[in-house]
Design a protein around this ligand. Structure first.
Ligand code: HEC
Length: 175
C-alpha cells in the first residue's frame, strides 16, 4: 500500500472512532443530576438507617432513609442545621403483598419491598447550594440521574415548605 493511502485510511479510521466515541458519550447515562450536579454516592447502600416510610396513593411504595456518618451523627444528636458533608439517601420500592408469606401466616398480612423505584439524594453544601438552603438534590433510576430540571425544582419547592428549624428535612431519626 502507498504511504498516502495508509495515511488516508488511518485518518478515516480515527474519524469513525471519534464519531463513535461522541455518540457513546451522548448516549451514556447521566451520572449527575441537572442543576445540582449531585452524583449517586458510592457505598450509600451500606449506610445506616435513619428511618422508614410508606407512601400510599399513586406512589404506593415503601422507603428506607439512610445517612452517611455525618448525617447519622446530626440525626442522633438533633443537630440542625445539618453540617456540610451531610448526605441523605431515600431508597424506595413498590409496596407489595406477599402471598408466599401470607400462606405461612394463614392470613393476608405480609407486605414487602417489590421492585426498586428510585433513589433520591440530598447533599448539604452551604456554599455550593446557597441558593437552595444549602441542599443539592438528585434522583436516580437504575443508577442513572433523572435529567429533568423541572423535577429538580419540585424537590426544592416542596422541601422548602418546612419551617426553617427543620432545615428542609422531613425525616426524624427513628431510634
Ligand atoms: C410534594 C413534596 C415533595 C417533593 C416534590 C419531594 N419530596 Fe422529598 N420528601 C417529601 C416528604 C414528605 C418526605 C418524608 C416522607 C417520605 O419519605 O415519604 C421526603 C423525604 C425525602 C428524603 C429523605 C430525607 C428527608 O428530607 O426527609 C430525601 C432524600 C428526599 N425526600 C429527596 C427528594 C428529592 C431528591 C426530590 C426531588 C426529586 C424530592 N425529595 C421531592 C416530600 C417531597
Amino acid at each position: 500500500m502507498k504511504m498516502a493511502t495508509v495515511r488516508a485510511l488511518t485518518i478515516s479510521t480515527l474519524a469513525i472512532f471519534s464519531i463513535g466515541a461522541l455518540a457513546a458519550a451522548q448516549d451514556a447515562p447521566a451520572s449527575v443530576s441537572p442543576l445540582f450536579g449531585v452524583a449517586l454516592p458510592s457505598g450509600y447502600r451500606d449506610w445506616q438507617v435513619v428511618s422508614v416510610a410508606h407512601e400510599a396513593g399513586d406512589l404506593n411504595d415503601v422507603r428506607a432513609i439512610l445517612g452517611n456518618s455525618i448525617a447519622m451523627q446530626a440525626f442522633r444528636t438533633g443537630r440542625r442545621p445539618f453540617p456540610d458533608g451531610t448526605i441523605i439517601a431515600r431508597l424506595a420500592w413498590k409496596y407489595e403483598s406477599s402471598p408466599r408469606n401470607d400462606a405461612i401466616f394463614g392470613k393476608a398480612q405480609s407486605f414487602v419491598a417489590g421492585a426498586p423505584t428510585n433513589v433520591q439524594i440530598e447533599v448539604k453544601d452551604s456554599r455550593r447550594y446557597a441558593a437552595t438552603g444549602g441542599w443539592g438534590y438528585g434522583q436516580f433510576v437504575d443508577g442513572r440521574a433523572d435529567p429533568s430540571e423541572a423535577l429538580m425544582k419540585t424537590c426544592v419547592t416542596c422541601h422548602s415548605k418546612l419551617p426553617a428549624p427543620d432545615d428542609r428535612i422531613f425525616t426524624s431519626y427513628a431510634p
